[in-house]
Design a protein around this ligand. Sequence first.
Ligand SMILES: *[C@@H]1O[C@H](CO)[C@@H](O)[C@H](O)[C@H]1NC(C)=O
Ligand SMILES: *[C@@H]1O[C@H](CO)[C@@H](O)[C@H](O)[C@H]1NC(C)=O
Ligand SMILES: *[C@@H]1O[C@H](CO)[C@@H](O)[C@H](O)[C@H]1NC(C)=O
Ligand SMILES: *[C@@H]1O[C@H](CO)[C@@H](O)[C@H](O)[C@H]1NC(C)=O
Ligand SMILES: *[C@@H]1O[C@H](CO)[C@@H](O)[C@H](O)[C@H]1NC(C)=O
Ligand SMILES: *[C@@H]1O[C@H](CO)[C@@H](O)[C@H](O)[C@H]1NC(C)=O
Ligand SMILES: *[C@@H]1O[C@H](CO)[C@@H](O)[C@H](O)[C@H]1NC(C)=O
Ligand SMILES: *[C@@H]1O[C@H](CO)[C@@H](O)[C@H](O)[C@H]1NC(C)=O
Ligand SMILES: *[C@@H]1O[C@H](CO)[C@@H](O)[C@H](O)[C@H]1NC(C)=O
Ligand SMILES: CC(=O)N[C@H]1CO[C@H](CO)[C@@H](O)[C@@H]1O
Length: 412
Amino acid sequence: MPPLLSFSFSIISCMSILLFSLLCILSTGPLGGVEAATPTVKVGNTSKVDDAVYFHLYYGQSFKVIKNSFDGKSYLLIQNNTKMATRTKYCTTRIKSFVVPLANYSIDTDYFPVSFFELLGLLGFLKGLTSGSVASPCVLKLYNEGQIEIVNNSEPANLSQFTAHFIANTDRQQACNFATFLPSGEEMPLQRAEWIKYLGVFANMEVRANHVYDSIKANYMCLTKVVASKNTSFKPTVAWMGYSDDVWSFTKDTFKLQYVADAGGENVDNSISKVTYNVSEPDDLEAFHAILCTVDVVIDETDTSDPASFTASTFLQYINMEDQSCLAFLTNQSIWRHDKRVQNSTNLDWYDGAVSQPQLVLGDLIEAFFPSGNYNTTYFRNIAKGEKVINISPEMCDRDISTAMEPSMLPC
Ligand SMILES: *[C@@H]1O[C@H](CO)[C@@H](O)[C@H](O)[C@H]1NC(C)=O
Ligand SMILES: *[C@@H]1O[C@H](CO)[C@@H](O)[C@H](O)[C@H]1NC(C)=O
Ligand SMILES: *[C@@H]1O[C@H](CO)[C@@H](O)[C@H](O)[C@H]1NC(C)=O
Ligand SMILES: *[C@@H]1O[C@H](CO)[C@@H](O)[C@H](O)[C@H]1NC(C)=O
Ligand SMILES: *[C@@H]1O[C@H](CO)[C@@H](O)[C@H](O)[C@H]1NC(C)=O
Ligand SMILES: *[C@@H]1O[C@H](CO)[C@@H](O)[C@H](O)[C@H]1NC(C)=O
Ligand SMILES: *[C@@H]1O[C@H](CO)[C@@H](O)[C@H](O)[C@H]1NC(C)=O
Ligand SMILES: *[C@@H]1O[C@H](CO)[C@@H](O)[C@H](O)[C@H]1NC(C)=O
Ligand SMILES: *[C@@H]1O[C@H](CO)[C@@H](O)[C@H](O)[C@H]1NC(C)=O
Ligand SMILES: CC(=O)N[C@H]1CO[C@H](CO)[C@@H](O)[C@@H]1O
């Protein structure tokens, strides 16, 4: 046990129990023991997890605990103005400690949604990146201005200078200051967005995190209600699908199927028995074409190293269909891709901004399924209408970086 010298045995055991099984909170209520023994430091603001499944939050007087179910780790976050902050340091396979609010942090850019930090207004404390591959104009701007340094991923010593190093790729070896942040592991759109509370805890920004999530959730729910009340007899059949090495697959990702349903579409996979089709197999090809003849809207998620040159003809070439007369999505010009916003050809904002602001994804899909013609989509482009990608650049940063990014509320 690391030196929790001034604490009584009961607190130590209470804490260990708290960290390992949370029995402490369940049996004695809000940490009466700690309250009695430490000089009072008010936590004051708290977050409560309403929808997300893979993290849990617990509050003590001078510390908080995040339990991350993806990596099985507990993060003990100790307020910087307490004795505990100078005396306690955990770095075991199960527990890590951090002093909060974080003085600074760095990010492993590999599929990392930095937009969550922007919504909290924390870019000013971002001091390191493992590469310049980010889909955020304001992060690119800070990097261009030299406020953020690029640190070599393979040099743990270089990363240890930051109070915390956030990663979304858990395959790599982890040092003591590494913290995983995995919103995209959740299965539902809103659950992913709620991970803003996970970061808020590291920055004592619970109030802001709660506000952002509540606004986003209210907007998202409002949009789904409007869609449901439209009560149109027509529900477009939607195929969210991708091609790779001869094979077309219809998505099985729960959050995508949920988006389609919430936007008023009907998922094609509800009515088919098979999700993958090998276009080099004549029988498969025939069955695949039959399904396509029933589809009103296609969302193509085929990977490409060059989104800008991925057009409707690329898509049509991959479906390998001579007689295209039955294709409603072609007649009605409705073939969408999620690569509208991209940085340096490879970094899609779909993996960043779209994770933290699901209401914008929903707004895009409602426009795709029920075109109004006067709505500019954020993440999706209609390649059937020749829509191009937007290249993300530092010049597109249009706010004062010391302020938080406001979530974009859609009219509802
Ligand atoms: C609680 O949040 C409010 C609003 O963000 C802030 O003004 C206040 O200082 C916070 N209190 C504590 C104890 O962190
Ligand atoms: C604790 O963090 C706050 C906010 O960043 C900072 O103003 C304060 O100086 C820190 N206190 C200590 C003792 O580090
Ligand atoms: C980050 O904060 C820690 C603790 O305050 C400090 O020692 C370190 O120098 C800072 N690192 C950077 C890169 O600012
Ligand atoms: C990063 O560090 C590794 C291991 O020390 C080294 O092989 C590599 O060249 C470094 N990369 C850069 C871009 O400096
Ligand atoms: C919605 O559709 C249902 C069943 O088709 C119908 O009973 C109901 O009256 C409709 N509501 C509105 C507001 O059109
Ligand atoms: C697709 O079918 C072709 C022809 O039968 C076969 O050579 C290929 O291995 C199949 N591809 C996959 C991924 O199963
Ligand atoms: C095709 O588009 C028209 C006009 O937008 C619409 O009325 C019709 O329902 C659409 N048909 C299909 C099958 O999506
Ligand atoms: C774009 O990506 C390529 C390949 O990953 C890399 O070599 C290049 O430095 C990147 N350019 C910018 C401006 O980030
Ligand atoms: C869509 O974007 C274009 C180009 O930026 C702009 O002229 C137009 O007013 C926008 N339309 C709406 C409905 O926001
Ligand atoms: C930016 C930075 O801190 N670079 C250092 C990374 O680590 C190597 C070796 O440990 C140093 O030589 C670099 O200066």
